[in-house]
Design a protein around this ligand. Sequence first.
Ligand code: SF4
Length: 437
Amino acid sequence: MIKEEFVSEDKNVVKLIHDDGVESVWKFNSSCEGTKNMKAVLFVSSSLGCSVGCEFCWLTQNEVRYKKISQETFIRNIKDSLRWLYDWGFEFESYNFKLSFMGMGDVFIESFDIYQIGIIALDEALLYKFKGLDGIDICTSFPKTPFNNHGTREKFYSMVELNSVAIKGMYSNRLNKNNDYSKRSFVRLFISMHSVDQYTRALLFPNSVGINSIGAILDNSKISNKLNLIFHYIPFKNINDSLTQIEDIIDFAKKYNAEIRLLRYNENYKNKGFIESPRFNSIVDIFKSRYHKVKSQVSIGKEVTSACGQFMAGSVKTVEELKFEEKIDGVFLNVDYNVDIQYKEIILDKDIKKFYDSKDIDLKYLKNYTIYKGIELDDKLYVQLSEKDIDNKMREYYIGQKKLASMISTLKSKGFSDDDINNFILHCNSIKVAKSL
Ligand code: SF4
């Protein structure tokens, strides 16, 4: 079951919170330059939070709790995400489907059967009549586990099997026609590289194996002959953005014929010294001038304030809020608070409460309503309610621009300053209305 849903303003990113708290994210535009074909990428999480504890990750810095999920839950979350897209009215026929194991968690530390999960996801996606299947991307930092060698071998085996079933087997006539699968694998292995210097890696990935071990894993498995390898690299200021670090990564990538992807980093207030290198653009140029297999992220990320380990949500709104905005012209609803004596509590945004307090307004308290914003005027309490509340309670009615304008003028006549009023309106998230004033 999907518990919460968020959509970015441009509708290119959807974040879904499942009932167990695990996140999945749909993304419908490309995050890298040069990749333009229409893809619907489902980012899935292999745990709630993550036990790997990479120092730069949003999950680590915010001490998000870790909880394992079962394989059944993993699969159910994929199915629920597809179903959600269907209910959203998505145009499946225009998009190719990609599954990306790059949500919360690292699938290499969990005991999942990647082959089985992959097959079920592809079958399920085909039921929804996607235009085609684009691929499966799997990312790891090679976390240390007691079963390292065995676990890694098993995962590689699953991935190679999945790749060959997709390209030569039962999905071969459903592949994305824009890709040449004789030149690229259907399943691709992404490695969180960020540095090939042992000390820097120990700082970034205290719980993942060292660079020599990664080299040994790649050499022994010869995985780069079977699947495309892609190294992720985020340039952090004064940590891994020196020319030496860059050259070393390029050399390592050349050895394994790996592509390099430069990723953006969105700092959060607990960034613990990790900030994106201010030389990001010139670093991209250096990489490109020295190696032909380099792509850089034009982001999706910054625009939805997403960070490593999460797609969060500065500029995204809940689906409920979007529907609410679409449905009404004005923003406020009018509730006569004398109607029901059960109204006991009003939940207000902190700043709005401060605003009321400063005006010495005695608010009546409402119960059972999720009230995002409210304002008391004359004998009425003006509140914005969620659509669910509107469906449940029939007492409210919409007010449109005209009524709102008259309310604003009443507010002015009562001595509220323009700043106060604008502040209030901005806090109501009603930019549309603010502009029309
Ligand atoms: S970067 Fe990935 S593997 Fe590392 S802690 Fe974050 S989610 Fe886990």
